[in-house]
Ligand binder design. Structure first.
Ligand code: WTA
Length: 576
């Protein structure tokens, strides 16, 4: 047990004594903070950016610091309001309507942020895509969400599938020259600056959609998770209690806005708190990371175990050369924060790393270690105030302490997704047990209420510690290879060195092909060419038959069990 950073009795402790805070917490009180009690219509931008931009002592405070190549661009709350209003006016002039989708397909740059806020003002649903997304990934998502417009950069235009763009009325480009290959290209580089700096935000239904974020399931196509304006309540509360944000706090969330962590804690949550958000647009290096923490005097840093693992690889000499005296709180998300990484942080950064758990579907942090709570290294902490969690057994009944079961969160809370884009049936699957949201994560809880992560109930593969992909996305590419008759892909678990899941593909060949080392190499090269860079399939095995259920679902867990020598690797009885 590691002692809490701030004593729970200290009046400055952001959570105070855990049980007491939980008891005293109510969502109604949260609504009062924003003056939106019982409001049927709200707008997240009014409660975040505009609220501070309208206060004389806050409007000149930095809302966003964007650093790239050593240059820092500063946006005060006032400037952020003005420029995002100009974006809203621009999108409005191009006829974008509430409920329509704008795809934002850009590397991290200020335009990403301005366009997101601009959309939120209008009620246009924004959807951020990783700039590393491939042609195939873009195609699936464009066909599914049917965006009215896409905002991108000419360098990425090649990844846009010309054949799947029927819904797209405009392709906005942040820079020239225009590629000349896409429908209705519009150069927007200097356009927002010429638009009116005011925009009257419409109030939108509280459950009205704010953003769409694609995440993958183990079967089927990626899921488009839809989040609403009312998420602001959960975002604000968790940002205060878990990330310890107050007006003026300097927060660095590394995540790209195409990952939900970036959309929530790297955009709206800090602005709901009046904090200052730092965005670093340079590629990762350990020295640049330490320099960033020092140079900007970062106070709160929201990072990932993958980043910490990269720092570990660069050795223990480096951190000692930098001054982290302004840093007061570090939290991580996305994958297990194993005790080794925790202790490394304690030794080299002088801080306890505070693990947090949530998922795209939950919209906000659900379990966390708080600054005012003692930490058990390896544990994900306890539920945030306002949320009730449980470990459910296979019958959907609460399991006793120290028993593995599925993590479930009691319905419902402001933050929970409001829909799966165009897939009601799959959406309902999350609510199979009445009264609960089922997470698909296996956990156990000790008798003091701390939760421990045990893995996924399905077969998702985590790449680069950030992006979650389903085996389906890799199998889909494999099926395009002429030699492949059938394919199944599994994760063999995280590689402790790189943090990436090690991925293995099982392949049944078409009759005219026979297994060979050369064919294996050729298929791997084919995968490299057709998948995004983070995904590495290291291992290929040619087999005669893929184990499946009667209804034809691939039994990936059987393959995995066999591969890892675990019980459950005998498919025969399952097939019957
Ligand atoms: C996993 C991330 C272990 C989990 C915000 C979850 C974690 C999935 C942790 C969601 C953690 C997230 N320890 N595993 N602290 N946090 N996960 O949708 O399996 O990208 O279901 O959202 O990441 O990933 P997603």
């Amino acid at each position: 047990m590691i002692k809490a950073r701030v004593s729970a009795e200290n009046p400055d402790a952001n959570l105070g004594p855990y049980d007491q805070t939980r008891k005293g917490f109510s969502w109604a009180e949260e609504e009062k903070r924003y003056g939106i009690e019982h409001a049927a219509r709200i707008n997240i931008v009014t409660e975040s950016v505009d609220r501070w931009a309208g206060e004389s002592d806050a409007r000149d405070r930095a809302a966003l610091l964007f650093e790239q190549g050593g240059e820092v661009r500063t946006y005060s709350y006032r400037k952020l309001r003005q420029e995002s209003c100009q974006w809203a006016n621009l999108l409005h002039d191009y006829g974008l309507q509430p409920g329509e989708r704008l795809f934002i397909f850009l590397p991290q740059c200020p335009e990403t942020y301005l366009a997101m806020i601009g959309c939120a003002r209008l009620g246009v649903i924004f959807c951020n895509l990783f700039s590393t997304s491939t042609y195939g990934e873009m195609e699936v998502r464009i066909r599914d969400a049917r965006p009215a417009a896409i905002l991108t950069h000419p360098d990425l235009a090649e990844q846009l599938p010309a054949d799947a763009m029927e819904s797209v009325r405009w392709v906005f480009l942040t820079r020239g020259p225009l590629p000349g290959a896409l429908p209705n290209e519009v150069l927007v580089e200097n356009r927002p600056g010429r638009m009116p700096p005011e925009f009257d935000n419409p109030l939108l239904p509280r459950r009205g959609p704010l953003y769409l974020n694609y995440t993958s399931g183990s079967t089927g196509t990626p899921k488009g998770i839809v989040h609403a304006h009312q998420d602001l309540l959960g975002m604000g509360a968790t940002a205060r209690y878990v990330l310890d944000l107050s007006p003026g706090t300097l927060l660095w969330t590394e995540a790209d806005p195409a990952w939900v962590t970036g959309t929530v804690y790297g955009v709206f949550a800090p602005w709901l708190c009046g904090a200052t958000l730092l965005v670093q647009g340079d590629p990762f290096s350990a020295s640049n990371l330490y320099r960033t923490l020092e140079k900007h005097g970062v106070e709160v840093w929201y990072t990932t175990p993958t980043t910490i693992r990269h720092l570990v690889e660069e050795g223990e000499d480096l951190p000692g050369r930098y001054d982290f005296s302004r840093l007061r709180h570090v939290a991580t998300v996305g994958e297990p924060l194993v005790p080794d990484l925790f202790y490394w942080g304690l030794r080299n950064l002088g801080h306890s790393l505070h693990d947090t758990w949530w998922m795209t579907e939950t919209g906000v942090i659900c379990l966390a270690n708080y600054p005012s709570m003692d930490i058990k290294p390896g544990a994900m902490g306890k539920p945030v105030p306002g949320l009730e969690a449980a470990v459910l057994d296979e019958e959907g009944e609460p399991a006793p302490p120290m028993t593995m079961g599925e993590l479930a969160i009691r319905l419902e809370w402001p933050g929970l997704m409001c829909a799966l884009w165009g897939d009601e049936e799959r959406y309902e699957q999350y609510f199979r047990v009445p009264g609960w949201f089922l997470t698909g994560d296996m956990v156990l809880r000790d008798d003091e209420g701390y939760y421990y992560h045990q893995g996924r109930t399905d077969d998702l593969i985590k790449v680069g510690g950030i992006k979650m992909i389903g085996p389906y996305e890799i199998e889909h590419v494999l099926y395009m290879h002429p030699a492949v008759a059938e394919a199944a892909v599994i994760s063999k678990g995280g590689d402790p060195g790189s943090g990436k899941s090690s991925v293995k593909a099982f392949i049944v060949l078409n009759p005219s092909f026979s297994p060979s080392n050369r064919l294996s190499q050729e298929i791997r090269a084919f995968l490299r060419a057709n998948l995004s860079r983070e995904i590495a399939v290291r291992d290929i095995s040619f087999i005669d038959q893929i184990p499946k259920t009667r209804s034809g679902k691939i039994l990936r867990r059987v393959l995995r069990a066999k591969e890892l020598g675990l019980p459950g690797g005998q498919p025969l009885n399952l097939q019957d």
